[in-house]
Design a protein around this ligand. Structure first.
Ligand SMILES: [Zn+2]
Length: 536
């Protein structure tokens, strides 16, 4: 095999360190991949094409069909189905020839850890001698916990504090429960006051309101739906939430969130010792005069809840391709393999979300091992992480970043693959594109674009650079620790988070090209001589 590379241009040698030669490349001879003009990429292209040949739509499809089969039952964190999927990935890593990350005789590819699984056992809410019914009159939005007490309740308008609008001026909420209306105020032009647009700002989200209230010393937050319809919709939606366990990340240093309850107008009025009509009038006053009526109503509520918590085991599956001269540094490739399990007797298959990314991860790992066997070992260590517990809060990738195989400050870049098998709804008629976001480094963005062009010339490149690190997938904890990250993602579609996200709907031809392009980028990252310049 070697002749193929030795007979071609020298660029190969700049990008790869042949294992057999044994000698380290001189620093000067190493060309910066980022700066390679396209004609010099010729021989590199030969190499990449050679090794990317092992990435095929047939194998991608096989992995997706297996992971999204009935057998794995939707791969919900902590279930038998998730564990079986982990074993499948471990077997594939082992068979492909990746190194195990851990010293364990039974499951050396598993990074095992514990999460907490909590259920609500009892929930009782009483005000003015009336006992309210959970699910009918109120719902907890926060995680199960034990709460006992009689709390003063104070009305705080929308529960928003902003230079443009405040409900907290002259309002003392310390030690109290704050009751607020859902949503946020609109200006005279009908646009949202805080955003100045027809879309609301983040300040209207209940968790933002909970943070604001907590910052003011409140012990709890009650959010009242303005319309009963809105409350009903949510009450119904959260029904299986209550039956189901909440999975949480055990962490001491974390600030505890305040309890948060969702309720309707009638219940809220009782807790504020007023009538629904008076409360409605106050809200209309707020709308027409653009002034808060916070502080106008006070009442009290007695809350008694208990929870039941169990520690639960889950695991990331981690395979490694060791590097050569830069082996102390790592490139991380991550894709979550968990999904939503079963709800109401229906399996949520998660074929696109994220059997697609997991299949890509395994195929890229296999291509790297092929390259090593072909005489070309990457300079940096490449760490392949099939992450668990993404859907319940990015807990697998979070655990990894707190217990990394290679320290994060030696982690050169993170490549996250989550949902690459379908197309955005708006793009469903022109799905021949590659999409995603780059965070933290414009150098990384340039490199991604270069390899998309090289490896996937037939796909429109829609990858964007973003100044705002957004959560929503497993690059988040890497990015927030300063690791330049790329998140490959081709969009939300009508089957997203539904039982209908099935393997038959994926675009395997396009996926093959996409995964080969990602392989090209990972390869370049694993072999580049330059630091990726970080942006603020
Ligand atoms: Zn998802």
């Amino acid at each position: 095999m070697e002749f193929l590379f030795h007979s071609s241009q020298r660029a190969d040698e700049f990008l790869w360190k042949p294992i057999k030669s044994g000698s380290l490349m001189s620093r000067n001879s190493i060309l910066v991949i980022l700066c390679l003009p396209l004609q010099l990429l010729y021989s590199q292209e030969t190499l990449l094409l050679q090794f990317s040949n092992s990435i095929t739509k047939e194998e991608l499809s096989e992995h997706v069909h297996m992971l999204a089969s009935d057998k794995f039952d939707g791969r919900y964190t902590g279930t038998e189905g998730q564990r079986m999927a982990a074993e499948y990935i471990q077997d594939e890593f082992r068979e492909d020839g990746l190194d195990a990350a851990f010293l364990s005789s039974s499951n050396p590819f598993f990074q095992e850890f514990k999460l907490n699984k909590c259920y609500w056992k009892e929930q009782s809410l009483t005000a003015a001698g009336i006992a309210f019914a959970a699910g009918e009159d109120f719902n907890f939005l926060s995680e199960p916990e034990n709460i006992t007490g009689n709390y003063p309740v104070v009305f705080a308008g929308f529960g928003i504090e902003d230079p443009l609008y405040s409900d907290y001026k002259d309002l003392d909420v310390a030690g109290k429960v704050v009751l607020v209306i859902s949503g946020e105020p609109k200006g005279k032009d009908g646009k949202y006051l805080l955003s100045g647009k027809s879309e609301p700002s983040r300040k209207g989200y209940y968790f933002t309101k909970a943070e604001t209230a907590a910052g003011k010393g409140a012990v709890g937050l009650i959010v009242m739906a303005r319309e009963d319809k809105g409350f009903r919709k949510f009450a119904h939606r959260t029904e299986d939430y209550r039956k189901r366990a909440e999975i949480s990340y055990p962490s001491q240093e974390e600030e505890k969130e305040i309890f948060t309850i969702y309720t309707n107008l009638e219940t809220a009025a009782v807790m504020l010792s007023t009538s629904p009509e008076t409360l409605e009038t106050a809200m209309q006053e707020m709308d027409s005069k653009k002034l808060t009526t916070s502080g106008r109503f006070q009442g009290s509520v007695e809350i008694n809840t208990t929870d039941e918590c169990y520690p639960m085991n889950t695991e990331n599956v981690i395979g490694v391709v060791p590097g050569t001269d830069l082996r102390e540094e790592a490139v991380v490739v991550v894709a979550h393999y968990d999904h939503h399990g079963q709800k109401d007797g229906k399996i949520y298959y998660g074929a696109d979300d994220n059997a697609s990314g997991t299949a890509a991860l395994m195929e890229i790992g296999e291509a790297f091992v092929e390259a090593v066997r072909g005489g070309y070992q990457p300079r940096r260590t490449v760490i392949f992480i099939a992450a668990t517990a993404e859907e319940v809060g990015l807990y697998g990738s979070r655990y990894y970043t707190e217990h990394p195989v290679v320290p994060l400050d030696s982690t050169y870049a993170c490549v996250n693959i989550d949902m690459i098998g379908r197309a955005w709804n708006k793009m469903k008629d022109e799905p021949q594109f590659i999409g995603g976001y780059v965070y933290g480094s414009l150098d990384l963005f340039t490199l991604v674009q270069q390899y998309n062009k090289l490896m996937a010339p037939g796909l429109k490149d829609l990858v964007e650079y973003s100044n705002h690190l957004r959560g929503g997938s497993d690059h988040y904890y890497f990015g927030s620790n300063g690791v330049p990250s790329v998140f490959y993602f081709t969009g939300i579609h009508k089957d997203y988070h539904s039982p209908t996200d099935t393997p038959d709907k994926l675009l395997y031809d396009r996926m093959e090209t996409t995964v080969r392009a990602i392989f090209g980028t990972v390869w370049a990252l694993a072999n580049s001589s330059e630091k990726l310049k970080a942006e603020d």
